[in-house]
Structure formats: C-alpha cells, structure tokens
Design a protein around this ligand. Structure first.
Ligand code: F6R
Length: 364
C-alpha cells in the first residue's frame, strides 16, 4: 500500500498536489471560473458571525481560515480548540455559522462542541475527510475534503485539503455578501488552481530538506516563526516536529519574539522562519534579524526573491516557488512537513505510529 515510499506519512505528503487538485475540483467551476459550494437551503451571504472549532492540525487550518474569512467576507470569526470551547460558555447568537474542521469527523471534543452549537441555534458546517463520520452526518452544510484515507498518525494531506476547502468557502461567502466582484472571484479561482503545481515545485526540494534534517536532529528545542496566515503554519511545523521526532518545538507569531521567547535564543536553538515574499515579508525579516543578532541559527523558507534579500548568514535556506499570498499556506505546509519527516527519519523514530498518539481521538 505504501508503494515506493518508506512510510505512509511520506506517501501522503507526496500525494498532496493530487488530492488538493481533487478537492478543489469539487469547489471551483472551471466553466465560469466561479467558486461553488454544495447545495444547501440557507443563504450563506446572511451569515454575520462564524465560530470555528477544531483540534490539533485541523485547528491550525481553522486559524488560517480566520484570516481569509475576515479578509474576504468581512465576517467576525471566533476560533477555539474544542476542549476549551466546550467548557467556556461561548456566546452563540442565533443564525451564526459554526464550522467544525476534522479529518476523522469523530474527534470527541469537536463532536461534542458541534452538538452544543446545534442545540444553541447555530448553522452547522463541517469540513471533514471521512464522509461516513458522525460530524459529516450531523452537519447542515457538509464540506468534504477529498484527501482519501489518511493512515499516518501525523496529519498532512488532510490539512492542505482543509485549507483548499476553507479558501473556497471564504471566497464564496464574500461573493454572496457582494464583497467580491466577478473579476476578483476569477483571480481567486486562478490562484487556487495554481496551488497543486506550486506544491509540486515545493516537493522538488525533498533532497535538500533531507540533508538539512541532519542540522535539526541534534537540537533539543526548535522555534518556528511566521506572520499573518503563515503564523498558523509555524504552529503546525512545530506540532509536526514534536509529534514525530520528539524534539521540543514552539511556533510563534514573529512579532511576539521580543515579548519573551527571544530570551531562549542561543546557537543551540534552530529558528525556522516562514517568510514568503509579500506584504508581510519585511516585518518578518526584521524579526528574524533580531534573532540573528543574538546568535540565533536561522533556517529561512522563502522564494528566490526573499532569499536574495534575506538569505545571507542563514545556516540553511529552502527555496519555495513564488506564490500568491492566498496559496502560501498550502505551499509552505510542504517544507515544514518534510522537515519534520526527515528529522524523524534521522532520529529513527516511528514516523507513522508516534508514541502515545492515536489517529482518531475519541476520548475527551
Ligand atoms: C496532528 C494530528 C492531530 C489531529 C487532531 C484532530 O498531526 O494529527 O493533532 O489533527 O487530533 O483530529 P481530527 O482532524 O481527526 O479531528
């Protein structure tokens, strides 16, 4: 089943361009370059508040979606991990859209949060990968990801497929609210359709990343930095590294470094910086310079232009294709997944079955 791959996780990382394309094809209509959602009997344009609930990697997909929903659809978004959401007595106004993101569709806390929102008059949207799951059955608006079965315990392809669906949802909501012109919608469709090829270009750096893993494997702690929609990617990179290589890692919003974590910096802590060219590049790079000035060892992940501007003096760089900011999270997911994967391989840990973890967390 693994074909030519050593691990399911590796196979699933490499499947991403295909499954993201598959997922996008059911949300983007090529005939008129529009974004389409499954039919459902509610006007999504009238939603004036979104609550996102998920766990782990799916939660990070939700964090990215918050940026998109606010930017495109101008709708306020509240987001929380399911285990906190359930117990904090959230304010749920009738008619709000509650969105649950889950690969398995069975995560106990997320499912309980879904039922709580249903009882409290929310419209239930679910982005799930298992179409027969409880969450899929109980949703009013089912937004499936078409990642296919995900076997590796560490989520990879489900995450990028969730991002694809969530980007389409944000754009569609913006169109229905009259906030996105046909032309802008075309642009979004074009950019999303570029994602699979850009993800392939990212996968081409597999060998470089495998070599780089030897720099990361001896570390005890690793930091990941990102800004805007790439901040959740920093969190996701840190989670992937922790769970499969057992190296302690933290993701931070780059601007938060000076509020504490910069005290950790010395030449034993590699700092992975996610900084695609774009409106946030300069700010992120200036945070990176602060780290470098304190002896930090930096791995910069950016495109050719970004690396030319800021790559000097890094212990390593990973070159990504130049991408539109909308699809950067889908593309930059690949190097963080590969870095965790290869680091775990160098350490000889059980990549597909990390200790203490289960694929589907059905206990609260
Ligand atoms: C991380 C990982 C977990 C899951 C989390 C939610 O690699 O796999 O953090 O993302 O347990 O699972 P689902 O998406 O099935 O609700």
């Amino acid at each position: 089943e693994k074909g030519n791959y050593r691990h399911f996780m590796q196979k699933e990382i490499f499947e991403q361009p295909t499954v993201v394309a598959q997922t996008l094809s059911s949300y983007l209509r090529r005939s008129d370059n529009s974004v389409a959602l499954p039919q459902f009997d509610f006007d999504i344009g009238s939603v004036d508040r979104v609550t996102i609930v998920a766990c782990g990697t799916s939660f990070y997909a939700g964090m990215v979606a918050k940026y998109w929903l606010e930017q495109f659809a101008r709708v306020p978004v509240d987001i929380d991990v399911a285990s906190e959401f359930r117990y904090r007595d959230p304010v749920l106004k009738p008619g709000g859209l509650a969105l649950f993101i889950s690969q398995s569709g069975e995560t106990a806390d997320t499912l309980a949060a879904l039922r709580h929102c249903k009882e409290n008059g929310q419209i239930i949207g679910a982005v799930v990968n298992v179409p027969t799951s409880s969450m899929a059955r109980e949703a009013d608006l089912l937004l499936p990801t078409h990642a296919g079965p995900e076997i590796g315990v560490a989520s990879t392809k489900a995450f990028t497929c969730q991002l694809a669906v969530l980007a389409a949802l944000a754009a569609h909501m913006a169109v229905r609210k009259g906030l996105m012109s046909r032309e802008e919608e075309h642009d979004v469709v074009e950019h999303l359709l570029e994602a699979p090829a850009c993800m392939n270009a990212a996968l081409d750096h597999d060998d470089d990343i495998a070599a780089m893993a030897h720099l990361i494997a001896p570390a005890r702690d690793v930091l990941y930095l990102g800004r805007g929609p790439d901040y959740p990617l920093a969190l996701e990179g840190a989670l992937k590294l922790k769970e499969i290589s057992y190296i302690h890692a933290e993701g931070y919003a780059s601007g938060e470094m000076k509020h504490g974590p910069i005290a950790l910096i010395d030449d034993l802590v590699p700092v992975i910086v996610l900084a695609p060219s774009g409106p946030l590049f300069e700010k992120t790079v200036s945070n990176m310079e602060e780290v470098r000035a304190r002896g930090g060892k930096i791995v910069l992940i950016s495109d050719a232009e970004g690396l030319a501007l800021a790559g000097e003096g890094c212990i390593a760089t990973i070159e990504m294709p130049r991408v539109h900011p909308l699809i950067a999270p889908l593309v930059y997911a690949i190097p963080v997944q590969l870095l965790a994967y290869h680091t775990a391989c160098v350490k000889g840990t059980d990549v597909d079955q990390p200790r203490n973890l289960a694929k589907s967390v059905t206990v609260e």
